[in-house]
Write a protein that binds this ligand. Structure first.
Ligand SMILES: Cc1cc2nc3c(=O)[nH]c(=O)nc-3n(C[C@H](O)[C@H](O)[C@H](O)COP(=O)(O)OP(=O)(O)OC[C@H]3O[C@@H](n4cnc5c(N)ncnc54)[C@H](O)[C@@H]3O)c2cc1C
Length: 403
């Protein structure tokens, strides 16, 4: 029989993440929403704590780097591993604050990219770094196969040229994982990811964006002008292989999309929890033993949102669990991201609506969560792109057959 309870061994980790979210993130949520571009210095202590938990093994390998897939071993038993631990703890942290979670030192999406693609030597070399991920360019968003930033081998160095925009943690992180092409004529197979250390000559943060939500997180434009990096900073293999090339870089998404889905799940649950309390204070009680149709419209709406949330949560767990068990999960990662991204935006905005003036004002964080959640339906592949990927996978069509 399927057991839908959270795995017992992760309960202490999830409990700790919840305490951190409630006691450390929530109290500074509004402060850094208002003080856009100011570094949340409180996160330094928290990041050190997370590092300590990782080193002691107490965090079950959770976090941005927890997405690495182990080599196949003899053990064929089903396991709940670091991917599952990561999505569950990230959801809890985002119950606290998505923007602050995205600002957490050493927990960038670039860290997940390194964990996904790096060789063992590279993993050691980049241990302990804080890495953002730079794919998007002024003319390249959803169609990342069209990347124009170039990487040319010159002796023992790659020379990078191009501009990257909307890089999360692009200013604060100490490393950036940059997607660039080795040869524009060879299409997607020539796209590789490169790790660039902050301060490398030729790399310049040009500006920071002002945003609708996740204002605690910095979002940067970075220019690479003859920026030279060691050739061993190319992640994975330098071979241009039509079958493997882009698939290698894209494998990052199979690991990071469930993490973004988890962020949406956490933020939406924050809205639901607060809305339930506010409805109760207003005398609207939810009766789980009676059908929604015989209760008030507000309760019916709330129950429908909770059902939607549950679907998003279970899809997210499934995608992460499949990664832990070395099962191909591109379809499930996109399904989780599509469902959680949409449901996250719908729920947080509907909670603003249900709570009326309290929902819309800055008296509570509901309006902030509605702003914060929108990005989770955009970055790491938009809602429309996730649906396209799901359709291609189900229909067995290639990207040129279904655009
Ligand atoms: C706050 C923030 C943080 C970000 N962080 C990062 C980061 O760290 N690293 C990074 O590389 N990027 C980042 N991004 C960029 C983000 O990944 C892109 O915005 C996203 O991929 C969409 O690209 P685009 O904005 O160019 O939109 P476009 O690709 O131009 O799309 C515009 C609209 O058209 C739709 N669309 C596009 N193609 C299709 C299609 N084939 N079928 C149907 N609909 C389609 C899209 O879904 C979207 O609604 C960030 C963006 C924001 C706003």
């Amino acid at each position: 029989m399927i057991n839908l309870d959270d795995p017992k061994r992760f309960r202490p980790l999830v409990g700790q993440a919840h305490q951190v979210a409630m006691n450390m993130l929530r109290p500074i949520s509004r402060k850094y929403d208002l003080a856009e571009h100011e570094y949340p210095k409180e996160l330094d202590m928290l990041a050190a704590m997370i590092d300590g938990l990782s080193e002691s093994g107490a965090s079950e390998g959770a976090g941005a780097s927890g997405v690495r897939r182990e080599e196949a071993d003899e053990d064929t038993t089903v396991k709940n591993g670091a991917n599952l631990a990561s999505v569950m703890s990230i959801a809890e942290m985002c119950w606290g604050d998505v923007g602050l979670l995205l600002s957490m030192p050493r927990q960038g999406l670039g860290n997940s990219a390194i964990a996904s693609v790096a060789s063992d030597e590279q993993l050691e070399k980049f241990d302990g770094v804080w890495a953002g991920m730079a794919i998007t360019e002024p003319g390249v968003g959803s169609d990342s196969a069209k990347i124009t930033t170039t990487a040319v081998l010159d002796g023992d160095e790659y020379v990078l040229n191009g501009e990257k925009i909307f890089v999360t943690s692009g200013d604060r992180a100490d490393h950036i994982v940059v997607w660039a092409t080795l040869d524009k004529d060879l299409g997607r197979a020539a796209i590789k990811s490169f790790v660039v250390a902050k301060g490398t000559p030729g790399m310049e943060v040009e500006r920071l964006e002002h945003k609708l939500g996740i204002r605690a997180s910095d979002t940067a434009t970075i220019r690479f002008d003859n920026c030279r990096i060691p050739r061993e900073n190319l992640l994975g293999s330098a071979d241009i292989d039509d079958k493997q090339g882009f698939a290698g870089a894209m494998a990052t998404f199979d690991n990071t999309r469930p993490l973004v889905a988890a962020m949406a799940v956490g933020c939406a649950r924050a809205s639901l929890d607060l809305t339930r309390d506010l409805l109760s204070e207003a005398g609207v009680e939810i009766d789980y033993d009676r059908p929604a149709t015989v209760q008030s419209a507000a309760v019916a709406k709330f129950l429908q949102m909770e059902a939607d949330w549950e679907g998003a949560y279970l899809l997210t767990l499934q995608a992460a669990w499949m990664a832990d068990n070395r099962k191909p999960n591109s379809l499930e990662a996109s399904m989780a991201k599509a469902k959680a991204g949409r449901v996250g935006s719908d729920i947080t905005l509907s909670c603003v609506e249900l709570c009326g003036t309290i929902g819309y004002s800055e008296a509570e964080l509901l309006e902030k969560w509605a702003r914060d959640s929108k990005i989770l339906d955009i970055f790491e592949g938009t809602q429309q792109i996730q649906q396209l990927i799901v359709a291609r996978r189900i229909l067995g069509l290639s990207s040129s057959e279904l655009k």
